[in-house]
Design a protein around this ligand. Structure first.
Ligand SMILES: [Zn+2]
Length: 258
């Protein structure tokens, strides 16, 4: 169904998922497919895993994360479907973190168990999740591109943020064109502090203007020169949001320039 459901009031009020079941299935499928599990955090009450498939020496390297906000279930479900349907293209190096905020995802809250929005503290990390994540990222190679899966409960269609430190190599319009076959695209206008045009937002990448770094800005500063933060509209059906994320993610993976 391609229509707004009109159920989100003051925040996300849609479907919840059993995140532990989703993560267990991803773990099982990734191991079956010979991906390497890596522990980002393995405290008693906080387990965050990554899954790595090294490509050949000439492979492009991609980083993909989801579940940093616990009230955005389409991201972890899209990662699960990528494994279930074996949709990861061959010959790519892939570093995938299916859920950066497992406690928030279990609670269905945007923030983590301590009420911290993890996607605001990559400049001065406070939370165990962020500190562990940065530590793990520093052990990873540089990536050709990163893709972060999010949702927006207020949006009237799909959109994305592009952070691009390299001129002339944008895939944004290709992504929006692919997703537009499935899902409405967010109308032009302001989103938070930024202006959306044809479903694309290009925020400032000047760290001085961004005192609270999201994950994307940390990645741009330290690990990659290209980032797409994908925002599915969470007032639409969950299967549509998952299919839209898969379409967008595969567009990036199959078309990224070197
Ligand atoms: Zn989000």
């Amino acid at each position: 169904m391609k229509n707004r459901l009109g159920r989100n009031e003051g925040g996300y009020c849609g479907e919840r998922i059993d995140i532990q079941a989703v993560l267990s299935e991803i773990d099982e499928l990734a191991r079956q497919l010979d991906w390497q599990p890596q522990k980002i955090c393995s405290d008693d009450h906080l387990i965050i895993n990554a899954y790595v498939r090294q490509g050949s020496s000439s492979s492009h390297c991609f980083y993909i994360s989801s579940g940093i906000h616990g009230d955005e279930p389409a991201g972890p479900l899209a990662v699960l479907e990528m494994f279930r349907q074996k949709l990861w293209p061959i010959d790519l190096g892939l570093w995938v973190v299916p859920c950066l905020n497992p406690v928030g995802c279990a609670l269905g809250t945007r923030n983590n168990g301590q009420g911290i929005d993890l996607n605001r503290h990559y400049r001065q990390p406070l939370a165990r999740e962020t500190i562990s994540h940065i530590h793990w990222l520093q052990s990873c190679p540089r990536f050709d591109c990163s893709v972060l899966l999010h949702e927006d409960w207020e949006a009237n269609g799909y959109y994305l943020y592009e952070l691009n430190g390299v001129d002339g190599t944008s895939l944004s319009h290709q992504i929006i064109e692919a997703v537009g076959q499935l899902c409405p695209i967010h109308a032009d206008g302001p989103v938070d502090d930024w202006q959306s045009c044809d479903g694309v937002i290009r925020p400032s990448i000047d760290p001085i203007q961004r005192p609270e770094w999201p994950e994307a800005l940390f990645l741009l500063e330290q690990k990659t020169r290209r980032n797409y933060t994908l925002e599915a509209p969470s007032d639409f059906d969950l299967p549509l949001r998952v299919a839209s994320h898969i379409s967008a993610l595969r567009t990036v993976l199959l078309n990224s320039p070197s």
